[in-house]
Design a protein around this ligand. Structure first.
Ligand code: SF4
Length: 443
């Protein structure tokens, strides 16, 4: 790998599923503010619902998600009851809106028993209009998929499933604390397809311990042979000071930055050779997939669910740590399930923090989204290239290297710079810039 690329790849940059990113949220957005935002939704406004199930049967050592181990069923029973109350609270504050998208994430959404899942969907159908739902997606752990659950999802209208696969080499699986042989993943796929769910995504990871180019390419080939309609390829983020369970990952077995970059590139080449189209930073899809068509037509958007096609007026996050996006700004629920449950039991939304968007935020958010989705963007709303002196001076080395081009108030990334779109986006992040300035002064 060239030294100049390595220097950029080593920089830390957010994934920009929101702008500003969650670390810049503050308690100024509280339950009162969010009740106001909910009541301001118009009769024709549509909703997307995100349901966060904050439990897993056991914790994988590499995991960076907001989740807790639940070996007993009691916490899950409490979670279901509280979630039903939270749905009521949201509906009371917002009215009976049309829901066009639903997405279950976690944690492990398939930790829920079929009757619990069906009860929650029933409550949503009671409180909102879900007759014209376009996408109903769920993230599943292949180790806990069975025929009854697959049929329940299909019956409830689930039309897209995302399977956590990560890697298909036994040694890597053992080192990350998640053993799921290929046959188990294939069985989950077969059950879902037999139930009538054809849209299957698989999440893969590079940068894991004991992964080399052979291992990542082996996993990619095995995953692609199951012909999922989409594959997401994420880089493992090793942050043991933030996620204590990652201390179980042997650091000496982790690939370095140059090796990670090469793994991402090798996996990308392998996927393209196997008929997948690269989309945005880390997604791949079959040529006839909706996401591919949207990318070709410049209709990709960026949200907390990653790359999406069209956004509803508001995304409502339900469950501990879930984040909502309103036209006015962002709001995040408290992360700890006990505190979330207490607030809801008291008849209050469990909002911990958020951010009300300013005019400047909206312009920067759109530009960063364009860079993340289309690898190009329009500087005119920020006043054009002339008005972006600080931002373009941050990018000066990339401009000098020919990786970023500025022409008539448009910014364009070269093919080589595409994996670095987060770094380019960060140049336009006013909050990251201010944080850096504070840090510099402190030193
Ligand atoms: S990776 Fe998935 S299954 Fe594993 S602990 Fe994290 S959320 Fe749970």
């Amino acid at each position: 790998m060239e030294a100049r690329l390595l220097a950029y790849a080593e920089r830390q940059a957010p994934r920009y599923t929101s702008y500003p990113t969650a670390p810049h949220f503050t308690p100024r957005v509280n339950a009162g503010v969010v009740n106001g935002w909910l009541s301001e939704l118009g009769a024709d406004d549509t909703l997307s619902l995100y349901l966060h199930v904050p439990y897993c049967r056991q914790l994988c050592w590499y995991c960076g998600c907001n989740t807790h181990a639940a070996r007993r069923d009691e916490p899950i029973l409490d979670f279901v009851e509280t979630l039903l109350r939270e749905i009521n609270l949201i509906a009371d504050a917002s009215g009976n809106h049309r829901v066009v998208e639903m997405h279950w994430g976690g944690g492990t959404p398939n930790i829920l028993e079929p009757h619990q899942f069906a009860r929650i969907v029933g409550k949503i159908a009671q409180c909102f209009d879900i007759s014209a739902i376009r996408h109903h997606a769920i993230e599943l752990d292949p180790r806990y998929v069975n025929a009854e659950k697959a049929k329940t999802y299909a019956y409830a209208g689930v039309n897209r499933v995302s399977l956590g696969v990560q890697d298909l080499n036994e040694r890597v699986q053992q080192t990350i604390g998640r053993v799921q042989p290929l046959e188990m993943v294939q069985h989950a796929v077969d059950l879902l397809r037999a139930a009538g769910i054809a849209e299957i995504n698989m999440d893969l990871m590079y940068g894991l311990p004991h992964q080399g180019l052979d291992e990542i390419c082996h996993s990619v080939r095995l995953a692609a042979a199951m012909r999922p309609t989409r594959i997401a390829l994420f880089g493992y983020a090793h942050v043991p000071w933030f996620k204590k369970r990652q201390r179980l990952i042997p650091e000496a077995a982790l690939p370095g930055t140059a090796a990670r970059f090469e793994q991402a590139e090798a996996a990308r080449a392998e996927l393209e050779a196997l008929g997948y189209v690269a989309i945005g930073l880390d997604h791949f899809a079959l040529p006839d997939d909706e996401l591919t068509r949207a990318a070709n037509q410049g209709r990709l958007r960026r949200s907390f669910q990653g790359y999406v096609i069209d956004a509803a007026t508001a995304l409502i996050g339900l469950g501990p740590s879930a984040i909502s996006t309103f036209p006015q700004g962002y709001a995040q629920n408290v992360s700890e399930p006990g505190a979330w449950g207490q607030a809801i039991a008291g008849g209050e939304l469990a909002i911990a923090r958020g951010h009300a968007l300013s005019g400047d935020d909206r312009k920067r958010r759109r530009l960063i989204e364009q860079i993340m989705c289309d690898f190009s963007g329009d500087l005119a709303p920020l006043g054009g290239a002339q008005a972006c002196g600080r931002e373009l001076s941050d990018l000066a080395p990339m401009i000098a290297d020919g990786m970023v081009r500025i022409e008539q108030d448009r910014i364009e990334l070269s093919d080589e710079a595409r994996p670095l779109c987060r770094v380019v986006g960060m140049a336009f992040d006013a909050y990251a810039h201010r944080a850096a300035a504070r840090h510099s002064k402190a030193v």
